[in-house]
Design a protein around this ligand. Structure first.
Ligand code: ADP
Ligand code: MG
Length: 244
């Protein structure tokens, strides 16, 4: 049957409730097949509250399938998933609606309050407050992804799910976006699951790097390097050597 989810308490009905402020992720026995191909096979994963975890793995290994499952976007996945109530997802494609102005894209689906003011505040966090009334088509790729980040931030997520969010950006824009995510994470401390095939990105940002293989977490590495991390930090280079 479909995965049991209990985002409020973090527990299936009938079991002891998690602490009400629990902001971590707990995944057990996750299974997902497409036809005869089993993509997730009894996968287990924990993310501590406020922890920044990177998920690495070759193309087709099931990273996006896992992220969608954790984000509650896959009704067919089997297993047990605990997530915080407020979870936001950013995809590689920004998925902005071209017929809505930037600020409306940021608050899409939200109700009440002064939505424009909330949108502008979130846009300010990504350095784009002055583009609130622009049309998405007038933004660069990096700006569009920052709007997608603002759209996540406006929901004050306790869990941020990022699926190769900077994969389509040029190297310099990507580096700036990575530093922005790092700053936002340090300020707001959501738990983060960052899917990436970029080993440097994982080692630059994450507390822990996981390697997805054969449907489960095959290996994991603690990235115990103080931030902000220079890309040529010796420990970072050593870990990179072990992952590549
Ligand atoms: P990754 O994000 O690691 O590149 P995905 O999670 O997108 O990998 O895909 C893992 C495997 O599952 C691939 O073989 C892919 O073709 C398959 N897959 C993913 N989504 C679907 C789908 N909706 N229908 C059929 N196969 C799918
Ligand atoms: Mg993917």
């Amino acid at each position: 049957g479909p995965a049991s989810r209990s985002p409020e308490t973090g527990r299936p009905p009938g079991r002891a409730a998690a602490p009400p402020d629990s902001a971590g992720v707990r995944v057990r026995g996750l299974r997902r097949s497409f036809g005869t191909r089993r993509v997730l096979d009894d996968l287990e994963l924990d993310i501590a509250p406020g922890e920044f975890v990177a998920l690495l793995g070759p193309s087709g290994s099931g990273k996006s399938t896992l992220l969608r499952a954790i984000g509650g976007l896959d009704p067919e996945v089997e297993g047990h998933i605990d997530v915080p109530e407020r979870t936001a997802v950013v995809f590689q494609e920004h998925r902005l609606l071209p017929w809505e102005r930037v600020w409306r894209n940021v608050t899409l689906g939200l109700r009440g309050g002064d939505l424009r003011a909330r949108a502008v505040a979130a846009l300010d966090e990504v350095g784009l407050a002055e583009r609130a009334d622009a049309w998405p088509a007038t933004l660069s790729g990096g700006e569009s992804q920052r709007v997608a980040l603002a759209r996540a931030l406006v929901r004050t997520p306790r869990l941020l799910l990022l699926d190769e969010p900077f994969g389509a950006l040029d190297a310099l824009t990507r580096l700036r976006a990575q530093r922005l995510v790092e700053r936002l994470w340090e300020e707001h401390r959501p738990s983060v699951l960052l899917v990436t095939h970029d080993v440097e990105e994982a080692l630059l940002l994450a507390d822990r790097a996981l390697l997805l293989g054969e449907g489960a977490i095959a290996r994991e590495f603690a990235v115990d390097i103080p931030r902000p991390r220079p890309l040529d930090h010796p420990r970072l280079l050593r870990l990179r050597g072990r992952l590549l």
